[in-house]
Design a protein. Structure first.
Length: 416
């Protein structure tokens, strides 16, 4: 059975999501533990700022829940109230909806597809992608491509990054006079930089843990590049701060912001924390002259362009329904193949045993005609024994559906 288990921005606040999220460095070990502790035959772990989900074959929901909570050393029931789970066809459709951006905070956003592909690669490297889950992922990628190219759902510039920049435009009368400090170098930061440049921001600074990656992003936008260790020197210069890293603990604390505000002579600063776990301590919001927003705060702000995508989303849902049914058809065909293969193996074993007996009888001097007749009789009797017993039982119990199934399988027409 395919199982999808997770929490998202729809079911859990940021305070819960950040406690149960996995950083990129944790995923490989987490998958290994998941396999060992739950017995999952195939598994994939997707963890982003807005969702953490487990997809697997061969594991029970209760075992996955126990594994998940134990990873965070939490004995209380914090996770369960926010949890959703899907099985089989519904799990297939859910992954396809996630890949297509239909379940995202921003309808149709494309970043989730790349994140799902990263999760696919991690599971593959760990040896936890078998035939079924691998086929499902490939189907989900295909659906996302079809949705993106045929429905127009991503033609409007709607994203968390877009919402953050749009909010900054409302706070500052002229972005040309502002300096934006972007912390991180992932897809969200790149997208934020694109929107800021299009909005005419005066100066861009990219801060990252590694200089090479930060410099690579900075070159794309004619921006400056600094290391995270340099943040105390550059926070006072920033009017806009957008942070989206995978750091396990906050990288900007209340004390650092108090110091920055003093140097700014309490000139207001607009901050957006797009990270899970959070990059900016929540207490920073208590400071005067700081306007701090999280991904949850942005949820209610993304409305205008989202409305334009609703009709496209309806078309996309039809594609998901069709393709999820295609996958389930393929999956059922695999079940039929395994049944047929097992039946063939049983018949081959039985025939081989009867053939061995027939050869011994020939060696003992029995006539070929008698041996062949005996062979044909025994094979026929053994082949029909189980179906005959089951048919008689169905007739006795008045199981008409079983009788009709046998008539179809054996192509028997009782009218003739």
């Amino acid at each position: 059975m395919l199982l999808a288990l997770g929490i998202s921005h729809k079911t859990a606040p940021i305070s819960v999501r950040e406690r149960f999220a996995f950083t990129a460095d944790e995923v490989q070990r987490a998958l290994e533990d998941l396999h060992q502790e739950t017995g999952a035959e195939e598994a994939l772990l997707l963890s982003t700022c807005n969702r953490t989900e487990v997809y697997c074959y061969g594991a029970a929901k209760s075992d996955i829940l126990t594994w998940w909570q134990s990873r965070r050393s939490l004995k209380d029931n914090l996770l369960t109230p926010h949890l959703y789970h899907h099985t089989n066809h519904m799990a297939v459709a859910h992954m396809m909806r996630v890949a297509s951006g239909l379940d995202s905070l921003v309808l149709g956003e494309p970043q989730i597809l790349g994140q799902l592909k990263d999760a696919y690669r991690s599971a593959k490297e760990q040896g936890l992608l078998g035939k079924q889950l691998s086929r499902l992922c490939q189907s989900a990628f295909q659906v996302a491509k079809i949705v993106r190219t045929s429905t127009g759902i991503s033609t409007m510039p709607v994203s968390v990054a877009y919402a953050a920049v749009n909010l900054a435009k409302h706070i500052f009368s002229d972005l040309k006079e502002t300096t934006a400090l972007l912390i991180g170098a992932g897809d969200t930061i790149v997208l934020t930089a694109q929107h800021l440049k299009q909005a005419g921001v005066g100066k861009l600074i990219i801060a990252n843990r590694t200089y090479e990656r930060g410099q690579a992003v900075a070159r794309q936008f004619d921006a400056s590049s600094i290391l995270l260790n340099d943040l105390p020197d550059f926070l006072p210069k920033a009017d806009i701060v957008v942070s989206a890293t995978s750091a396990p603990v906050p990288i900007i604390g209340k004390g650092a912001m108090e110091s920055a505000l003093k140097q700014r002579k309490h000139k207001p600063i607009f901050m957006v924390d797009l990270a899970i776990p959070r990059d900016i301590e929540p207490e920073v919001a208590q400071l005067q002259d700081v306007y701090l927003y999280t991904v949850d705060d942005l949820q209610g702000m993304i409305t205008e362009n989202a409305k334009a995508r609703l009709q496209a989303a309806k078309e996309a849902e039809k594609i998901v329904l069709e393709k999820s049914q295609d996958y389930m058809t393929w999956l059922h065909s695999q079940d039929a193949f395994r049944i047929i293969q097992q039946f063939r193996d049983q018949m081959q074993t039985m025939c081989s045993e009867e053939l061995a007996t027939a050869l011994k009888l020939l060696e003992a001097g029995k006539t070929a005609e008698w041996v062949m007749q005996r062979f044909a009789h025994n094979v026929t009797q053994k082949l029909l024994h189980v179906p005959t017993v089951r048919l008689r039982r169905a007739a006795y119990r008045q199981e008409d559906h079983v009788l009709e199934l046998f008539k179809t399988l054996l192509e028997v027409d009782l009218q003739n």
